[in-house]
Design a protein. Structure first.
Lengths: 445, 322
């Protein structure tokens, strides 16, 4: 937990030497607390003060990285329990469970399926992040063989799953460069697993069935010098998992409880894809850093990725769509032209209703800095000028032969000026998007 | 290490829908929602005495914009609201029915208040579960239609909606006179949600009979806005804000089945996978999202989605304890 200015002041030399550029040590301490300067500006800082401040400035939930390069998966560094308090930072990694008892062909096919789970929604790429290989065979040779098949076909980060350090080491020997996650250290094997994590510089899952035991295990791993940890509380009922996840997040953030200052990994239990979606979605909503699925069906994975995209959107910075002219349906030069803002929710609502109307139409999306119609109008971001210049910029005159322009009912007040600026005839549309189908169907009548 | 339990001062109001003979109605069952003293499903911290409940939606006109996937399980019943309601109860085991009088809208059938009143009476006769009764959303028409619907269902303690900040007086007066509960609707806005509740209660309507509809978006279509509004409202209620202490109703089916991902065929979007499962899962997962934010009543459509969400709720409620 961050220290207050006064707490920092107590740790300083209190010489008021001004060498840091501030008039007093207290002023310097205040600036440190506000993270506006750094401790190295102080020439007489003690080791003790340094350690205390460093540990206090560590984020309450550590950022842990699995894998390397572009596809690397980062989990942690979260700062809130509820997204409206700030935002969620590192979208839950979505992984897939594979087993070394599957044949090479099955594994290859699985990898091909996983690779296809890459979608685009509201202009963002949403994809999957991890392949977890479980050693079901208990046979190092078989595990390594399966791992080779996966390494041959897949660039996603990996998790290696076995409780046997000897098996894990065999797998690490051929995959260490990919910085895989080791799953898992338990109360029994933690020393050996810690040694592997250190030797190969890879992150390690700490797994225990209760929060109490988990805290103890993490402390032991810390003592062994392990800091890149991911937490796991094992297989239990969904409500129990939600409790564990909530407690871990709460204790890390509100009590600065160090042993829980790491991301959490969860696994879906059900073999039924629809149930897995519900289970995984609950974990995405409630604080999991990584969720490992069994299903690879597109219809099951898409909603989980969509939910993740929704919840990890910055509530202060709404998603925007590209401002341009969108065509809905088989448009002609007689099709109606509607205008709206580039707030993605606004646009997709309008688009959905236009589509539902079955009247092919153009939607001109103006850049209103991602605000909804009424907000943008109030903030002067959706004005006669800005609409007219968008119409010009995107050359609506090349798309339609008529002069009509439909504007949202809420900004009917813009009509006069807009007609003047754009040279078009303004038609005031409905206030709510839900009125669009009826409005469009009645247009020509 | 000690776990960190929040001690919330507030409690969500308990709202009971349906009146049995004992209470002067003709229902054979009642549904009670609300009563939470903690965030969703955190049973070790507080109470969640009533499981969230699913109401199946029945329309008074044949739906025009439903995809085949969604129409199929209902077959002919989509043309006969009474048969439709019976099917939901008997075949799909619905414990709560939501009748939406969509066909009274001037632009979509313009059915009369008398026709609607008769339909409500027929449904009350045909099924014995508690009822939710909704207007078409056309304010002027709703004020006539719902007043009549309220009158003919007097004493059955239905849940009627929606009252809005701008149009609440007529419906509130009806619900007050006829002993119903009311839905207060707000457009994803916590202050308007408060305001709507305050206005309704200022007419002498008990806050304990108001159910809150914050309005939601489907998964992928603004769900996160509703999610955060619901979380904020629920936290405020648990902290003691009485004006936000009503249970939540969420129109999951209506929103989810408007999403492209629910409606598109596999030919249009082969990369999204099987269309039947996809539509159902879109409704299911929209429900899961709002349950995580505190939903109490889910208005849903596809029987398979209803079943899936019920299994999910049962699974969570197993850990409820006593």
């Amino acid at each position: 937990m961050a220290l207050s200015g006064l707490e920092i002041y107590k740790l300083l030399a209190k010489t008021n030497c001004k060498k840091c550029g501030f008039p007093t040590c207290l002023a310097f301490a205040m600036q440190l607390a506000a993270k506006k300067t750094s401790l190295d500006k102080c020439p007489s800082v003690s080791e003790e003060a340094k350690n205390a401040l460093e540990s206090a400035s560590r984020p309450p939930i550590k950022l842990v990285t699995i894998g390397e390069g572009e596809e690397k998966l980062e989990a942690g560094n979260e700062t809130v329990l509820f997204r409206h308090e700030e935002k969620f930072y590192h979208p839950t990694g979505i992984g897939f469970l594979l087993e070394d008892t599957q044949s090479a062909d099955e594994l290859k096919k699985a990898i091909e399926e996983i690779k296809k789970l890459d979608f685009e929604r509201v202009g963002q790429r949403i994809g999957v992040n991890l392949v977890a290989l479980s050693c079901k065979s208990n046979d190092a040779a078989k595990f390594v063989e399966a791992l080779k098949t996966i390494l041959g076909g897949c660039a996603l980060p990996l998790a290696l799953m076995s409780d046997d350090p000897l098996i894990i080491e065999k797998a690490l020997e051929i995959s260490k460069d990919k910085k895989p996650l080791i799953y898992k250290a338990t109360g029994v094997n933690f020393k050996e697993m810690a040694n592997l994590a250190k030797k190969y510089k890879v992150p390690l899952v700490a797994s225990a069935p209760t929060l109490e035991e988990l805290a103890g295990l993490v402390k032991n791993l810390n003592t062994e010098g392990i800091e890149d940890i991911i937490l796991d509380t094992g297989d239990k009922a969904l409500a129990e998992k939600l409790w564990d996840l909530t407690q871990i997040r709460r204790l890390a953030l509100k009590k600065a409880f160090r042993p829980f200052g790491y991301p959490v990994i969860t696994f879906t239990k059900s073999g039924d894809p629809a149930r897995e979606v519900a289970e995984a979605s609950s974990y995405v909503a409630k604080y999991a850093g990584i969720v490992v699925l069994r299903t690879r069906l597109a219809w099951a994975v898409l909603p989980i990725l969509t939910l993740r995209q929704n919840l990890y959107t910055d509530p202060q910075k709404p998603l925007q769509v590209e401002s341009k002219i969108y065509e809905v349906g088989q448009v002609t030069d007689k099709s109606p032209v509607l205008v709206t803002t580039n707030f993605s929710l606004t646009y997709y609502t309008v688009e959905g209703e236009v589509e539902a109307s079955k009247v092919p139409s153009f939607i001109v999306v103006c850049d209103a800095e991602g605000m909804s119609v009424l907000t943008a109008w109030a903030a002067d971001k959706f004005t006669a000028d800005s609409i007219a210049s968008a119409l010009d910029k995107f050359s609506i005159k090349d798309k339609v032969s008529h002069k009509d322009l439909i504007i949202p009912g809420y900004v009917s007040v813009l009509s006069g000026k807009l007609e003047e600026k754009s040279g078009r005839k303004v038609v005031v549309g409905p206030r709510e998007a839900s009125g669009i189908p009826v409005f469009l169907r009645n247009l020509g009548k | 290490m000690d776990v960190l339990k929040e001690t919330w001062a507030g409690k969500i109001n308990e709202v009971t829908i349906g009146a049995t003979e004992k209470d002067g109605g003709t229902r054979t069952s009642q549904i009670t929602v609300g009563g939470e003293t903690t965030l969703p499903f955190l049973f070790k911290e507080g109470a969640m005495p009533h499981a969230p409940v699913i109401a199946m939606e029945v329309l008074d006109i044949e739906p025009v914009d439903w995809p085949e996937t969604l129409k199929k399980p209902f077959g002919d019943a989509l043309r006969d609201p009474v048969k439709w309601a019976v099917k939901c109860v008997e075949e799909f085991k619905a414990r709560l029915i939501c009748v939406k009088l969509a066909g009274t809208h001037p632009d979509f059938g313009n059915k009369s208040a008398e026709d609607s009143a008769k339909l409500i009476k027929d449904i009350l006769k045909a099924v014995k579960t508690p009822l939710i009764i909704l207007g078409s959303g056309d304010e002027t028409k709703d004020n006539i239609v719902l007043a009549k619907a309220s009158e003919v269902s007097k004493g059955e303690r239905c849940l009627l909606g929606d009252a809005t900040e701008k149009n609440y007086k007529t419906l509130t007066a009806s619900c007050l006179a006829d002993g119903h509960n009311i839905i207060a609707e707000s457009p994803i806005d916590i202050n308007i949600a408060k305001q709507a509740n305050i206005l309704i209660s200022e007419m002498g309507f008990p806050m304990e009979r108001i159910v809150i509809n914050t309005t939601i978006g489907a998964l992928g279509y603004g769900m996160e806005y509703a999610y955060s509004i619901m979380e904020r409202a629920r936290i405020a209620a648990l902290l003691g804000d009485k004006t936000l202490s009503g249970p939540f109703v969420c129109f999951v089916g209506q929103e989810a089945w408007r999403a492209k991902e629910a409606k598109a065929t596999s030919t249009e979007h082969p990369e999204w996978g099987d269309e039947t499962s996809r539509g159902i899962i879109w409704e299911t997962d929209t429900a899961v999202s709002v349950l995580m934010a505190g939903a109490d009543i889910l208005i849903m459509r596809h029987p398979k989605a209803v079943e899936g969400v019920q299994v999910y709720i049962d699974d969570l409620m197993k850990n409820k304890g006593d």
